[in-house]
Design a protein around this ligand. Sequence first.
Ligand SMILES: [Ca+2]
Ligand SMILES: [Ca+2]
Ligand SMILES: [Ca+2]
Length: 284
Amino acid sequence: MEGRLSILLLIHLSLLVGEARSAQVVLNFDELDGGTYLTGAEVQDRYELSDRYLHDYGAVLHSDRPYVVVVNLNEGFPFPQAPSPPNAIGGVTSDNQIDYSTPVVIEFFKPGDRSVPGVTSFISVQLDKSGDGLPVTMTAFDVEGVLLKTVTVNDQGAPVLRISMPGIHSVKLRGQFGSSYDNLTFNPVVAERRFRRGDVDSNGRIELTDPVVILGFLFYGIPEGIGCAKSADADRNGKVDITDALALLAYLFTTGKPLPEPLSACDYDRGSGELTCEASPACP
Ligand SMILES: [Ca+2]
Ligand SMILES: [Ca+2]
Ligand SMILES: [Ca+2]
């Protein structure tokens, strides 16, 4: 009985841990100072928003200026127009005026470190309630600026734009004259680095020690983790398991069958699943 209880407790605890790890970030901008929402108004410094969320969440926002504007949608409307009142965000023209048809860009980095690109696997944003019914698009790009996906909604009744796929480094929101954005939600951002497949210990060479590191990790927990899990995914199936060690051994010693790129040189790997590459010293 006691044994069964502790198993249940373990299952419960592991569910809790899983939940904590995958907790989404929700930014509603309501803790910030919000200014007028009027199109054409000049943006004052205190309503600018750019890298405030870099340290904790790895998100940086900009428009034609290196920031977006935080607008208070409570004033002047009979009912609050922000999905979470009072604030939403909007675009800023190059001459520093509020303009909702100027695109808003959200870019991800390793939290606290703008020199290392980051990626998320899910992002959504909600439009305000005063839409004009015209189409608004969100386009996602990978770390190299390659277009991943575009979604479109008609801006009426505070619709939500969402994209769910691995490798999202940035999104561009392209709205109409009255499109402001709220409740920006995304999965935790992880660092993205160049790597070479098979160079598991990232010493610049693919050799016997690399499959040995995979086997040690899988069967003995030594090392505890692999700095660049993508480099260990030799067959590029999105998981690190014994088939990767075998594929690597075959590449080195028997069939010589090449592994999927990036193999010949350091590079990013687009859309190869949820594995990450946090550290890869041989691929700066
Ligand atoms: Ca809000
Ligand atoms: Ca190596
Ligand atoms: Ca694999």
